[in-house]
Design a protein around this ligand. Structure first.
Ligand code: PLP
Length: 368
């Protein structure tokens, strides 16, 4: 971890201290109130639960430290993505999105933005490097892409997109701001599903948009207020708590993923393993620079759907669920959702189980 990241983690843990007075709780309370004492509208502070809530303020303070930018919370990753897209697009604009990224972003773009007059262009993540962005209003990237784990050089895409006059939005869910910093690399907005590693315990949905352009962020804030796409205070509390251990969880998850990817790659039943941390992986070129490490997601293929489902059912330490980034290792066959991957492709999210126990369980389940 860079000294800069270490400092952010330490500040995140103690962010409330400067504002505390005698007898106040160290942990921010869950403020369950729709309304606030409001004798006059001029005096500032909280006034209505769709505009603001102290529990959002607490989690947004932590997210802002992580992103080094203003952060606005949302009730899910998709709510954050929707806010970013509706804040930057209008009829007649062209949006470029990855054809191999998170599928709901594609369905949202094709099903809702296109009928409103936005032209949607889908291109594979690895083609962003050479794509012509002329005429694009927004270039939206996701790297490493979910689930294929292809990467793109964020800085080079952002530079070319800006030259074409486009805004750049990055979905940073697979990496988190501790492992990859799209705003530092020139992106205008970052969107993320904090449902995944940031909250980390698979018990809450949450998302955020972060950015350093005050006018753009004001528009995102307006979107939240006007669409009513707001997180509940209990959800904000859970994410605030989850962020407390993000760094230690990622440390375990990413180092275990590196160990498991090495061993899976050498396993005779496994084909086409993808893990950016492996020197032989096509995505490896940005590990150590753009990506702090290889992350905690591994993609690999078993011979067919039956072999993949059998492995997932047999392995006691891999939950059969969608989503990733939780404390429990989890895996699923992505073709069941229509992702452009082979029938036997599994996305494995490595959790915090002690790695040798986890590997034993995986190895035994692979043997059938
Ligand atoms: C999960 C995910 C989302 C959506 O997040 P939700 O909280 O489920 O709405 C968006 N982008 C990526 C890359 C994801 O993995």
């Amino acid at each position: 971890m860079t000294p800069d990241a270490q400092s952010r983690i330490a500040r995140l843990l103690h962010h409330r201290k400067p504002g505390l007075s005698q007898g106040e709780p160290i942990i921010p309370p869950i403020t369950a109130s729709a309304t606030f004492h409001l004798p006059t509208v001029q005096s500032g502070g909280q006034f209505y639960g769709r505009n603001g809530n102290p529990s959002w303020d607490a989690v947004e303070a932590r997210l802002s430290i992580l992103e080094d930018a203003e952060a606005i919370s949302f009730p899910s990753g998709m709510a954050a993505i929707t806010a970013a897209l509706f804040s930057t697009l209008k009829a007649g604009d062209r949006l470029v999105i990855p054809s191999d990224g998170y599928y709901v972003t594609r369905v949202l773009s094709e099903g809702f933005l296109k009928p409103l007059g936005v032209e949607v262009t889908q291109i594979p993540t690895r083609d962003f490097e050479t794509a012509d962005f002329t005429g694009a209003a927004v270039v939206y990237l996701e790297t490493p892409s979910n689930p294929g784990l292809d990467v793109v050089d964020i800085q080079s895409v952002a530079t070319r997109a800006h030259q074409a006059g486009a805004k750049v939005i990055a979905d940073n869910t697979t990496m988190t701001p501790l492992l990859q910093r799209p705003l530092d690399l020139g992106c205008d907005l970052v969107v993320a599903a904090d449902t995944k590693a940031p909250a980390g315990h698979s018990d809450v949905l949450f998302g955020h948009v972060a950015g350093r352009d005050a006018a753009l962020m004001a528009r995102v804030r307006d979107w939240r207020r006007m669409s009513g796409s707001i997180a509940g205070p209990f959800e904000a509390f859970l994410v605030h708590r989850g962020l407390e251990t993000l760094e230690v969880r990622l440390d375990r998850m990413c180092s275990s993923a590196a160990t498991i990817a090495d061993r899976l790659a050498a396993h005779p039943a496994v084909r086409n393993l993808r893990f950016p941390g492996l020197a032989s992986d096509p995505s490896h070129q940005v590990v150590g620079s753009q990506m702090a490490n290889g992350g905690f997601l591994i993609g690999f293929e078993l011979p067919d759907a039956g072999a993949a489902e059998g492995f997932l059912a047999r392995c006691p330490l891999v939950e059969q669920s969608t989503s990733f980034g939780g404390t429990h290792s989890a895996g699923e066959r992505r073709a069941r959702w229509g992702d452009g991957v082979s029938e036997g492709f599994i996305r494995l999210s490595v959790g915090v189980e002690p790695v040798e126990v986890l590997w034993q369980a995986i190895d035994t389940a692979l043997a059938g």
